[in-house]
Design a protein around this ligand. Sequence first.
Ligand code: PEP
Ligand code: MG
Length: 594
Amino acid sequence: MITATGKSILKGIAIGKVRFLAKKQAEIKETAADPAAELKRYEDAKALATEQLQGLYDKAVVEAGEEHAAIFEIHMMMLDDDDYNDSITELINSEGKTAEFAVKTTGEQFAETFASMDDEYMKARAADVRDISGRMVNILTGAETGPAGSDEPFIIVAEDLAPSETVQLDKSKLLGFVTRLGSTNSHTAILARNMNIPALIGTEISEEWDGKTAIIDGYNSCIYIEPEEELLRTLDEKRVRDLEQRAMLQQLKGQPNVTLDGREINVYANIGNVSDVGMVLDNDAGGIGLFRSEFIYLNSKTFPTEDEQFAIYKKVAEMMGGKKVIIRTLDIGADKQADYFNLPKEENPALGYRAIRICLMQHEIFKAQIRAILRAAAYGKVSIMFPMIISVSEVKEAKAILEECRKELLAEGKEVGEVEIGIMIETPAAVMVADELAEEVEFFSIGTNDLTQYTLAIDRQNPKLDHFYDSHHPAVLRLIDMTVQAGHRHNCWVGICGELGADTTLTETFLRMGLDELSVNPGGILGLRKVIRELDLGGAQEPETEAPAEEKPAAPAEAPAEENPAAPVESPEPEPEKQAKKGRFSLFGKNKNK
Ligand code: PEP
Ligand code: MG
């Protein structure tokens, strides 16, 4: 048995086979001495690829229906295409190329031919050729190791996982992951929390573990490879107990998020993909508080079109059945990179060209997304949220672009819906001008991941700094408190969508600050609900410092609670009573009410 330690992202136990993700693409040799042997390698790889595709097809039929599964049928047909096969065998037989070189070259040529066609359908086939050729090259070079394409659930072990890689993983089979790099605040860690699966970072990993049975023990921050019988039994029992506890939380479904003394708060969910909505509904979230739309871009080989985005947003809005869906506009850049954006290499990407900065410089990209969101809003209760805001002028500009898009869509006779407009508060600058910002929008959602990074001047991606990355730092908590008070002074509801929102050691603090919403990973909803329902804030306290709520002209007085920014959402109570119930919280060691 081998034991390796790391930093645990989520307490829990995962037991399964390791799938080692080779980071570097294997080198592709160009020539081979024995064409017959290469042909045999090619035929074997093709048989394996067909088997994998058949497995994916069968699974997709069950999970998403025949229409969605059809793509794998197309891939199988392409693998068998005469022209494709002739080109590959010709390169192997006549030019003495290796099987992988022949596949790669043919794939690139065919993809280029498809891409240059006028017909949109044929154009789109370029990505499919690349896909099947990539699959074949991976098999031939051994770049794809472990039980790839098998039906067995697996534990991923990798150097690091970029967000663009995590979106490709078959999450239904992912039991947990272990990486050597990554920090507890990286997007990989967020993925683990979102999926509610154990994960370790900062672990000395080995390729030798591939295919072996392992246990991730998230309680003790370690992974055991080929564990002893006794340990396997004990930890499996613990895993089953965890599942039982989770099952008990299920009883809280349908219950309100209300404290013993009657303070209610919205608990929403964070998602990155349509496929996460099932988990959101399963866990009975009140809405989606953060849809990280950049994952659509990361999952795409080129800019997703307005129509592609519209289909996704519409689907999410419809699936949520009238519950709020807050779509954050593109937050690409920093660690979230997609090649086709051609973003410049920067010394300090976290302080660089990212998120709203890109959108305000590249209107075509921004407008395609805004138009898609406005159109989807006709099918549900959709809000739009702009990330990485530092100043009022950015918000004004973003709103002007939104209005331009609305007018264009109406002129084109397209259906559009009303959207609530909000911003993320994730820079200290935004907190300092929160009063002015609140005049512009209907809600704030505090991104504590970045707010901590920018306040403490600590790169959230740097594992060496994990120890210093302290979201409980008084500076961060005071900024959150300042944001809530500024928002409420201007009838702007305030939530948290960063990871801190799920930290139940702070739930009472957040309720006392007066936060209206906490948006957390879907797996954290019911646990948070349990904590809220067991809290007693000691009844009503009227804050001295809070200015009376002003009426915001944009909010119709008769609007239902969730529509009206003056009223913290989802409460049937009239506003003054609700406000009176908000206890106050002091970060300065004494209660401000005294
Ligand atoms: C945040 O910064 O807290 C946030 C929610 O956004 P992201 O983690 O996607 O940067
Ligand atoms: Mg952020």
